[in-house]
Write a protein that binds this ligand. Structure first.
Ligand code: NAG
Ligand code: NAG
Ligand code: NAG
Ligand code: NAG
Ligand code: NAG
Ligand code: NAG
Ligand code: NAG
Ligand code: NAG
Ligand code: NAG
Ligand code: NAG
Ligand code: NAG
Ligand code: NAG
Length: 843
C-alpha cells in the first residue's frame, strides 16, 4: 500500500515536472469500424473504416450479410449500413495498451432487410462482461440506439461477441474501441448512503447512461478529446424554471494539475446551471435533476464544478445531494481549488433512490452562506456492472455464451505485475532525472523546496513567492494542494464527523501548531486529527512544512500522514493513530505499567531508526529540531514512531552557513551549542536524543525544577553519575537487578557520547543506532560472560566532558517553579523560562 502511494506520488511529480511536453491525448488503440459499409464513413471528424477490410471479424456459426439504408432520416451516416448475423459472430481487437477502453456500439435496424429487424434480439458480450442481453427495438422508445461502455481490458485482445438465438438474426451498424487515459475513471469513489469509501471500481465495467453539459450546448466527439458526447441538461430538470444557465469563455478555464481536458473539456466547465434569479416563489430551494435508472444496478456519479459566477473567493458555499442524501456538505469550491474558474470534480457511487427507478441529483444553497446560490457544470451517470459482471440482466457471460474462451487471468496478472514494476522503475529513474535537472536549474533559487512548489492558499500572502509563475489573476495560482498527491483529501465535514465536531473529550494533546484530537473515520479507522490554529502565521508555515516533509517521508518509524483538509481556511492534518500514545506517558506521570529494559531498548532503537532516516534517507538531510519523549509515539505493538515535524527544517545541504532565525525546540532537550551559537546540525538532534536515552533509563523528566539545583537537568545529573560509572544508582527502581550490566554500560556510554558538549564529538544517528542494537544484543545474549569489547569504530576518542552549564538562568527557573508538582505545571514553568530566554513572543 505504501509502495503504491509512493509510486503514485512519484508519478504525480513526474507529471508535474515533465508537464508541457505532452499535447492532447492520442489513443494507442483506436478502432473505428463502419460495419457492412462498402466505403469509409466520416462522422464528426473521424473516419470509420469498413469491417470487410478488417481481419478482426469471425463468424462462428451462421452467416453474415450486409445491408444499407438510403433513408435520409438516419441521424448519422454510421447508421446507413449494417452487418447482419444469422449465427454467433465475434470481432476481436488487438489491444496494444491495457487499461480502460471505450467500447461504443451503434444500432439502427436497417429497413431494407427482408425481415423486420425491430424485433431482432440483440445480445453482446465481451470476454468478461455482458453489455446487452436480449435487447429489442420493439419496446424501445426511439429508432436508433447508441451505447457507450468503459471496459478495463487486462489482456492483449478484446473480443466482442454477438449472440444469436435459434432461427433469429442480430445486427450491428458501427463499433468503436478506443483507449482512454489511465486515471480518467478511478478505482475509488464515495458511496453516499451510508457515506463510505467504495473501492474496486477498476475491475468493473461502466455504461454511460447520462452525460450532461449543464446549461451548455451539445458537445460531440469533435469537441472532446476522448470522443464523448455531452448533452444539455434542460430536459432532466425537475422544475425547469429553477435553473438559469451561465457561461464564460472556455479559454478562461484554468485547469489545475489534477483535472485535465480529458476529465472534461473546457466547454463543460465554462457553462453551468445556477439558481441565480430563478423565477420561483421561494428564495431557498434546490435545483434537482431526475434520471430514470435501473434499480437493480449501482451507479457511478461524477459531478463537475467550476466557480464561474463568484466575484471573490469563499463566497459561494452550497450543498450537493444525491437522492436526497447529503453528498457534499458546505462545498466551498474556491477553498479547494484556490481560485475561481478552476475545475473540480468528485466521484460517488449510488443506488437509485429507495427502490424507485429514479436517481436524483440536487444542488442547493448552504444555510451558512452569505450568498444564496449553487452551481453545477457537468454531470456523468454511469451504470456499474453487477456481481455476475453484467450491465444488463442477471445472466453471466458463461450462461449466454458457453463456448466463450476462458482466459488465464493469472498469467495476465503476473505479466501485468512484471510490466508494472519495470514501468515503475523506469519512472523512478525518469523522476530522478527530472529532479536532478530541476535542482541544477534551481541552485541559485534559494527557496529550498524543490519538490513541491504547491501553494496552500492561493490568496495567502505567505504564498506570494511561490505563485510568481502563475500570477495570471488576482486570485493567484491555480494549483492547490487538492491537486497534488499528498495523501487523501478530506472534506471538512468528514473531519467534523470523525472527531464528533472536535469534541474536547477526544483531545489528545495541544502543541505549538494546534490541538490534536482522536478521530474515527467512516470505515472505522482510528486517526489522530491535528487542527491548526487558523490565524497563526507560524502555524501556517508549519502546516506547509509538515505536509511537505511528511509527503516525502514514509518510514516504519515515522508517524504516517493519512491526509489533510485545507477547506474553509482550516488547516487539518490526519495522521495514523498511535494507540499507546507518547513514550513519556509510559515512563512517568501515569500509572501505566513500567516498560521492561528490552522494550525500552527496542523503542529507543525504533526512534533512532526514524531519526537516522530523517538525517540520511531523504534527498536533503532533515533535522527534526524537537526530539523529546512526547514526540516519540508508540503504536499498539509498542513500535516507536517519531512524530511532529512541525518544527523540522531541512539540513544544511546547499549552504553551509546555516543559521536559523529563531531558536525552536523544547527546553531541557536543547543542544547547548545550538542554543549558544544558533548553529543547527543533525548533531542537535543527537544531543536531544541523548536526553531521551537518559529519561528512558531514569524515568524522570528532562527538567524537573522541583529538585535540588544539581538534579534539575537530567543531562547534567545523569552525566555526573555516568562518569563515575554508577548510572545504576539513579536508574529506574523497576529496572534494578533486571538489566544486563554490559548492556547498561553500553547504553550509558552511548547516551554520554550523544550528550557531548560539541557537536563534532557526538556520534551520528547511525552510530547511535548501531550502539543501541549492540546493547540490545548484549541484553538478549544473557550469558554475562561475554565481555563487551570496546570497538574502536564506535568509540569516539578524546571526549572531554566539561561540566555542562547550558542554561545559566536555570536558578531563576527553580524559583519560578518550586511549587510545581505535576507535569503540566512543570511544562508551563519550563516553557515560560524558555520563552524568556529564547523567544519572547512564545510559540
Ligand atoms: C479509409 O481510411 C483509411 C484510414 O483513414 C485510409 O487508409 C484508406 O485509404 C481510406 N480508404 C478509402 C477508400 O478512402
Ligand atoms: C441507395 O442509393 C444508391 C444511389 O444513391 C443506389 O444505387 C442504391 O441502390 C440505393 N440502395 C438502396 C438499398 O436503396
Ligand atoms: C416492424 O415491426 C414493428 C412492430 O413489431 C412495426 O411497428 C413496424 O412498423 C415494422 N416495420 C416495418 C418496416 O415493417
Ligand atoms: C428475449 O425476450 C423475449 C421477449 O422480449 C422473450 O420472449 C425471449 O424468450 C427472450 N429470450 C431469451 C433468450 O431470454
Ligand atoms: C417516448 O418518448 C417521448 C418523447 O421523447 C415521450 O413523450 C414518451 O413518454 C416516451 N415513451 C415511453 C414509453 O417512454
Ligand atoms: C436452440 O437450439 C438448440 C438445438 O438446436 C436447443 O438445444 C436450444 O434449446 C435452443 N435454444 C432456444 C433458446 O430455443
Ligand atoms: C485495470 O485492471 C487492472 C487489474 O484489475 C488494474 O490493475 C488497473 O489499475 C485497471 N486500470 C484502470 C485504468 O482502471
Ligand atoms: C441559456 O438560457 C437562455 C435564456 O434562458 C436560452 O436562450 C439559451 O438557449 C440557453 N442556453 C443553453 C445552452 O441552454
Ligand atoms: C464543436 O466542434 C464543431 C466542429 O469543430 C464546431 O462547429 C462546434 O462549434 C463546436 N462546438 C462547441 C460548443 O465548441
Ligand atoms: C418550461 O416548461 C414550460 C411548461 O412546462 C414550457 O412552456 C417552457 O418552454 C419550459 N422552458 C424551458 C426553458 O424549457
Ligand atoms: C434540498 O434537498 C435536500 C435533500 O432532499 C433537503 O434535505 C433540503 O431541505 C432541500 N433544501 C431546500 C432549501 O429545499
Ligand atoms: C446498493 O444496494 C445494494 C443492495 O441493497 C447494496 O448491496 C449496495 O451496497 C448498495 N450500494 C450503495 C452504493 O449504496
Amino acid at each position: 500500500m505504501k509502495l503504491v502511494e509512493w509510486i503514485a506520488l512519484v508519478l504525480a511529480l513526474v507529471l508535474v515536472f515533465c508537464h508541457g511536453s505532452s499535447a492532447s491525448f492520442t489513443p494507442v488503440d483506436n478502432y473505428l469500424i463502419a460495419c457492412g459499409s462498402p466505403r469509409n464513413v466520416t462522422f464528426q471528424g473521424r473516419t470509420f473504416v469498413p469491417d470487410s477490410g478488417h481481419s478482426s471479424l469471425f463468424v462462428k456459426s451462421g452467416n453474415s450479410v450486409v445491408a444499407s439504408s438510403n433513408s435520409s432520416s438516419v441521424p448519422s451516416p454510421l447508421y446507413q449500413s449494417a452487418r447482419i448475423f444469422t449465427g454467433i459472430a465475434s470481432y476481436k481487437f488487438e489491444i496494444k495498451q491495457e487499461g480502460r477502453h471505450w467500447v461504443r456500439l451503434y444500432f439502427y435496424p436497417p429497413s431494407s432487410w427482408s425481415q423486420n429487424l425491430t424485433s431482432a434480439s440483440i445480445t453482446v458480450v465481451t470476454d468478461d462482461f455482458v453489455l446487452l442481453n436480449n435487447f429489442t427495438f420493439k419496446n424501445y422508445n426511439g429508432s436508433y440506439m447508441f451505447k457507450e461502455y468503459a471496459i478495463n481490458v487486462t489482456s492483449d485482445d478484446l473480443t466482442l461477441s454477438f449472440i444469436v438465438s435459434n432461427n433469429s438474426v442480430t445486427f450491428i451498424n458501427a463499433i468503436e474501441v478506443v483507449s482512454m487515459p489511465d486515471g480518467v475513471l478511478p478505482d475509488q469513489a464515495l458511496a453516499v448512503n451510508p457515506s463510505s469509501p467504495f473501492s474496486g471500481l477498476s475491475e468493473l465495467a461502466f455504461e454511460t447512461v447520462y452525460r450532461l453539459n449543464m446549461g451548455g450546448p451539445l458537445l460531440t466527439a469533435q469537441n472532446d478529446t476522448l470522443g464523448r458526447t455531452w448533452e444539455n441538461d434542460a430536459k432532466y430538470l425537475h422544475v425547469n424554471s429553477s435553473a438559469v444557465n451561465v457561461s464564460v469563455s472556455p479559454s478562461s478555464i484554468k485547469y489545475p494539475a489534477a483535472v485535465t481536458p480529458e476529465t472534461a473539456p473546457n466547454w463543460v466547465y465554462a457553462t453551468a446551471e445556477t439558481m441565480g434569479e430563478a423565477n420561483v416563489p421561494s428564495e431557498n430551494f434546490n435545483i434537482t435533476w431526475v434520471f430514470t435508472v435501473d434499480p437493480n444496478f449501482m451507479y457511478f456519479v461524477r459531478v463537475h464544478f467550476c466557480d464561474i459566477v463568484s466575484k471573490a473567493l469563499n463566497s459561494l458555499v452550497f450543498n450537493v445531494y444525491i437522492n436526497s442524501d447529503n453528498a457534499l456538505g458546505s462545498l466551498d469550491l474556491s477553498s479547494i481549488t484556490g481560485g475561481l474558474a478552476v475545475p473540480y470534480y468528485k466521484d460517488f457511487v449510488s443506488n437509485s433512490s429507495a427502490g424507485s427507478d429514479t436517481l436524483t441529483v440536487s444542488v442547493g444553497p448552504d444555510t451558512v452562506a452569505d450568498i444564496t446560490d449553487a452551481i453545477l457544470n457537468g454531470l456523468e451517470v454511469m451504470k456499474i456492472s453487477n456481481e455476475v459482471n453484467s450491465l444488463d440482466g442477471f445472466s453471466s457471460v458463461k450462461n449466454l455464451h458457453p463456448s466463450s474462451p476462458s482466459k488465464n487471468n493469472k498469467i495476465v496478472i503476473i505479466v501485468g505485475c512484471v510490466v508494472g514494476s519495470v514501468v515503475a522503475v523506469a519512472l523512478i529513474g525518469l523522476f530522478y532525472c527530472c529532479l536532478a535537472a530541476r535542482k541544477a536549474k534551481d541552485t541559485n533559487n534559494n527557496q529550498g523546496h524543490p519538490w513541491l512548489p504547491l501553494p496552500l492558499y492561493g490568496n495567502s500572502q505567505t504564498m506570494t513567492k511561490m505563485s510568481t509563475t502563475s500570477q495570471k489573476s488576482a486570485t493567484g495560482s491555480c494549483i492547490s494542494l487538492a491537486s497534488s498527491n499528498l495523501g487523501r483529501f478530506f472534506m471538512f465535514q468528514e473531519i467534523l464527523d470523525a472527531t464528533n465536531k472536535f469534541d474536547e473529550s477526544l483531545l489528545l494533546g495541544v502543541g505549538g501548531f494546534g490541538r490534536v484530537y482522536k478521530g474515527t473515520l467512516e470505515d472505522g479507522t482510528k486517526v489522530a486529527v491535528k487542527r491548526g490554529n487558523p490565524r497563526s502565521e507560524q502555524g501556517l508555515a508549519e502546516f506547509r512544512t509538515e505536509i511537505e516533509m511528511l509527503s516525502k517521508l514514509r518510514h516504519r518509524h515515522l508517524v504516517s500522514l493519512i491526509g489533510y483538509c485545507d477547506e474553509r481556511s482550516e488547516m487539518v492534518l490526519v495522521y495514523e493513530y498511535m494507540a499507546n500514545g507518547p513514550l513519556r506517558s509510559h515512563l512517568y506521570g501515569t500509572d501505566l505499567p513500567p516498560l521492561s529494559w528490552k522494550q525500552r531498548l527496542e523503542i529507543c532503537i525504533g526512534a533512532a531508526r526514524g531519526l537516522h532516516y530523517l538525517h540520511t534517507g531523504a534527498a536533503q538531510s532533515i533535522i527534526h529540531r524537537d526530539v523529546k519523549t512526547t514526540n516519540i509515539l508508540l503504536d499498539e505493538n509498542f513500535v516507536a514512531k517519531v512524530a511532529d515535524f512541525g518544527l523540522s527544517k531541512t539540513g544544511p545541504a546547499l549552504d553551509q552557513t546555516h543559521v536559523s532565525t529563531a531558536v525552536k525546540g523544547s527546553f531541557g532537550y536543547l543542544d547547548p551549542e545550538y542554543f549558544r551559537r544558533q548553529q543547527l546540525t543533525e548533531k542537535s538532534d543527537v544531543y536531544s536524543f541523548g536526553v531521551v536515552l537518559m529519561e528512558v533509563l531514569c524515568t524522570r523528566p528532562a527538567l524537573n525544577p522541583v529538585l535540588p539545583r544539581e538534579q534539575v537537568n537530567i543531562a547534567e545529573w545523569a552525566m555526573t553519575w555516568q562518569k563515575k560509572g554508577m548510572l545504576d544508582q539513579i536508574m529506574d527502581q523497576n529496572l534494578v537487578g533486571k538489566v544486563n550490566p554490559a548492556s547498561l554500560k553500553k547504553f550509558g556510554e552511548t547516551a554520554e557520547k550523544c550528550l557531548a558538549e560539541h557537536g563534532v564529538d557526538r556520534p551520528s544517528m547511525g552510530d547511535v543506532l548501531w550502539n543501541l542494537e549492540y546493547a540490545l544484543q548484549l541484553e538478549e545474549t544473557s550469558s554475562a560472560l561475554m565481555e563487551p569489547e570496546d570497538n574502536s569504530t564506535n568509540h569516539i576518542p578524546g571526549i572531554q566532558l566539561a561540566t555542562i552549564e547550558p542554561f545559566d538562568n536555570s536558578v531563576s527557573m527553580i524559583d519560578a517553579g518550586n511549587s510545581c508538582t505535576d507535569d503540566d505545571a512543570e511544562d508551563a514553568a519550563t516553557s515560560a523560562v524558555f520563552s524568556q530566554l529564547v523567544n519572547p513572543r512564545g510559540r
